[in-house]
Design a protein around this ligand. Structure first.
Ligand SMILES: [Zn+2]
Length: 316
């Protein structure tokens, strides 16, 4: 089968598998791993949303301070949020004082409902994105993840965060207001340990997703992140690292993708032709590579084609 046929077949399978029996008890089996002193990460699977993983394809985390806990991203569903809360309670009796959503994609905020409304915070652009698109994301997640989503409703953040220093729970954080993966992407640095939560600006061994991407802005944000003297890097998806390798991998992928699409548009290829181009080995081996490539061409190619056409007509 060619790539398009395979993708269509996998979509058809996903549609069919909605409603089939998922894992017993809807247990995400969340296990916090300490990545630095008082800093924990729950690592998601390198997959697409499905009825077997319940949407647990995302990294979430929490930071335990002397007076309370800061949560970074709340997962894809109410059940995930509740299980995250329970996982935190196994580590510390301290209350959750702040829940930060790094951006407005569903796997990063649909667990909000499990936490106190007054603790939910995000950049203004992320709050607006959740208010604008949250319901549609939630509906789509029910379609993709089935009954794992039961009783999940959108709980939008109630507080704005701003770039700069933020003291919470007795921990000192530095917030970076960036963009490019979406219109508002927040990165969070725990200053005591040098742990950088990069959100979906950084993917590791998994193809980046691009439904709201602006690649130029994304690349600029990666430069900002790389200049931060972090010691631990937590990507939005994929394994935690102690160096900038995931950041560079994301940059290499985005540069390659952007360059390929621009060259294809300049050569007059239509979308169907672009979809048949082979992926270089270094990107073909990333998780979900084929499906994300197909989706990214759909997201990005029309605007790039248009821009190349306009450049051509100005040059004449
Ligand atoms: Zn995202």
């Amino acid at each position: 089968m060619n790539r398009l046929a395979r993708t269509l077949a996998s979509w058809a399978f996903m549609m069919l598998s909605v409603g089939s029996a998922p894992a017993a008890g809807f247990d995400y089996r969340l296990e916090p791993h300490a990545v630095a002193d008082g800093v924990y990460v729950l690592t998601g699977l390198l997959q697409d949303f499905s009825t077997s993983n319940g949407g647990n394809i995302v990294n979430t985390g929490f930071i335990v301070g002397p007076r309370g806990v800061v949560v970074i991203d709340s997962g894809p569903s109410r059940r995930y949020g509740e299980q995250l809360r329970a996982a935190i309670a196994r580590v510390t009796p301290l209350p959750v004082v702040l829940v930060i959503n790094t951006h407005h994609h569903p796997d990063h905020f649909l667990g909000n409902q499990a936490f106190e409304r007054a603790t939910l915070a995000a950049l203004p652009g992320t709050r607006a994105g959740i208010e604008r698109e949250g319901e549609a994301f939630n509906t789509n997640m029910y379609r993709l993840a089935g009954d794992w989503m039961r009783d999940t409703v959108v709980a939008a953040p109630t507080m704005d965060v701003a770039p700069g220093r933020l003291e919470a729970g007795g921990r000192s954080l530095e917030l970076f207001a960036l963009d490019g993966h979406t219109g508002a992407d927040l990165a969070v640095l725990d200053r005591a340990t040098g742990t950088l939560f990069a959100g979906d600006l950084v993917f590791h061994e998994r193809s980046p997703t691009t439904p709201h991407a602006r690649i130029e802005g994304w690349l600029a944000s990666l430069d900002v992140l790389e200049a931060i003297p972090f010691r631990v890097l937590v990507p939005g998806h994929g394994a935690v690292a102690q160096d900038a390798a995931p950041l560079r991998q994301t940059r290499d992928y985005l540069r390659w993708l952007d360059d390929l699409l621009r060259r294809s548009a300049a050569a007059g290829l239509d979308m169907a032709e672009v979809l048949t181009l082979p992926l270089p080995r270094m990107f073909a081996r990333l998780a979900v590579a084929e499906d994300e490539y197909v989706r990214s061409v759909g997201h990005l190619y029309p605007a790039i084609e248009q821009a190349v056409l306009e450049e051509g007509s100005h040059a004449r």
